[in-house]
Design a protein around this ligand. Sequence first.
Ligand SMILES: O=c1ccn([C@@H]2O[C@H](COP(=O)(O)O)[C@@H](O)[C@H]2O)c(=O)[nH]1
Length: 237
Amino acid sequence: MLTTKPIIALDVSSKEEATDFLKKFDQESLCLKVGMELYYSEGPQLIRELKAAGHQLFLDLKLHDIPNTVYSAMKVLAKLEVDMVNVHAAGGKEMMAAALKGLEEGAPAGKNRPLLIAVTQLTSTTEHQMQEEQLIEKTLDDSVAHYAKLAEEAGLDGVVCSAFEVPKIHEATTKSFLCVTPGIRPEGDKVGDQKRVATPEFAHKAGASHIVIGRPITKATDPVTAYTNITQQWRGE
Ligand SMILES: O=c1ccn([C@@H]2O[C@H](COP(=O)(O)O)[C@@H](O)[C@H]2O)c(=O)[nH]1
């Protein structure tokens, strides 16, 4: 089970960069998100090392393929004993259920499987884009809540969404269903490619279970101070 520390998106391309960044935190145990860039470059060995160093890990590979392929891939990923993994909800209920089955069967004996969450609509997507490009004739809130419901029906533990959709997801699912929210920016910070952006305080008040935040920490002149401030804002301190 992941703690509710902010999840730092470790979006770097090598073990050296990751190590340099982590050194600044003086052995503090962190919640880290390793995504495609770092995993494709360093592979499972780095995951093992980060776990051995005492960090909690969200492996953000956003699987999206036919059910059998996702099932088999999750069976392999479960052996890494990370804390959380994910798929795209757009892959469908059957694919999400197959992902869960893969994790359950692949987890080492006596160990909990990783939490499994589904990406609803990426936080870089606007309602206009969704309607024009994906041809979804719904509001973005409705699309996200629909994906959340499907994910819950498939047995998943939660979803990735923006902080804005959390209240609607809580209406559509059980209270314990996780809402993991990227697109977090402290007031005045650069938004970059994110579209549905909220502050840590907003995410806290909206009821998000976790926040994911990358560049405002990794690109900060003083990442430790940035992390400390964001943690306080997220906890409502
Ligand atoms: O909808 C989504 C799903 C995943 N992400 C990931 O979160 C981080 C956000 O990084 P920032 O630098 O804080 O923008 C990044 O790794 C994305 O891949 C997301 O942003 N939105």
